[in-house]
Write a protein that binds this ligand. Structure first.
Ligand code: AKG
Length: 250
């Protein structure tokens, strides 16, 4: 049986995310990690130089970083959940917060959804239910429960849709949206984005998630990329993503 069948689509509709194991080959994930170490100017065997809790790296399509969003398993899963032609390919990785073992919080660990629509001036800075994007998390290292896996509030996309609806398409400024969404979703169970290099998480655009402090020993390499929807999310819309948000079924 395929991993990407009607049951997987129903799980995504209920939970707001789907883990895709080996979304790209493990070996590609390891090559991507090696490139990211170079960009950091740090090394796996010099932990004395890992002095900050997080270093954010810029998007890039260099070498293996340009291959990771092209995997067959990932595109099959995206076609199932978002719809064929419903998403635009992006052959690169997004911002990459590399998280290191550290006693201090990095200051970027609040619950939120990502900025998902341009404002009137074209700049991105709002959170709205009428999202133009959805989120992919791409793993380039082995991430266990202590290695700062992204925290996910399971099913929180439904709460977000409800609490953001009164703000309409204009949405809420990103920094005001965090406390609203944190409060609306605090009752949800938590899942962790753990896995191996090559695994990916397809996240509903309204899924509430947060980073956390690294309590382990091996730095966490994960990239987050906003993927564009060809038709923005909309209450009453008819795309698979619209239906999974407001009707509860794909
Ligand atoms: O670093 C993380 O675990 C989460 C990053 C994040 O907040 C995001 O993907 O929007």
């Amino acid at each position: 049986m395929s991993d990407f069948d009607a049951a997987a689509a129903e799980r995504f509709a209920a939970d707001g995310f789907l883990k895709v194991e080996e979304a790209f080959p493990r070996e590609t994930g390891e090559r991507a990690q090696a490139l990211l170490w170079k960009r950091l100017g740090l090394a796996p065997d010099r932990p004395e130089e890992w002095t900050r809790p997080v270093v954010w790296l810029e998007p890039s399509g260099e070498g293996a970083l340009g291959e990771v969003t092209r995997g067959d398993r990932l595109t099959t899963a995206l076609d199932l959940l978002i719809g064929p032609g419903g998403w635009a390919p992006r052959p690169f990785i997004g911002m990459t917060p590399v998280r290191f073992p550290h006693p201090e919080d990095s200051g970027d660990t609040g619950w939120h959804i990502d900025q998902n629509r341009p404002g009137p001036d074209g700049a991105w800075g709002v959170a709205t239910g009428w999202s133009h994007t959805f989120l992919l998390l791409l793993l380039f290292s082995e991430v266990g429960p202590d290695d700062a896996p992204t925290r996910i509030r399971v099913g929180s996309h439904r709460d977000t849709a409800r609490v953001l609806e009164p703000y309409g398409e204009e949405g809420v400024p990103f920094f005001e949206s965090g406390p609203i969404l944190d409060e609306a979703t605090a009752h949800r169970p938590e899942a962790l984005a753990t896995g191996l290099p090559g695994d990916a998480f397809i996240c509903h655009p309204l899924l509430v998630h947060a980073a956390q402090r690294h309590r382990g020993t091996r730095p966490r390499f994960m990239s987050q990329i906003p993927m564009f929807l060809t038709t923005p999310l909309s209450p009453g819309g008819s795309t698979p993503l619209d239906r999974s948000t407001w009707n509860g079924r794909v």
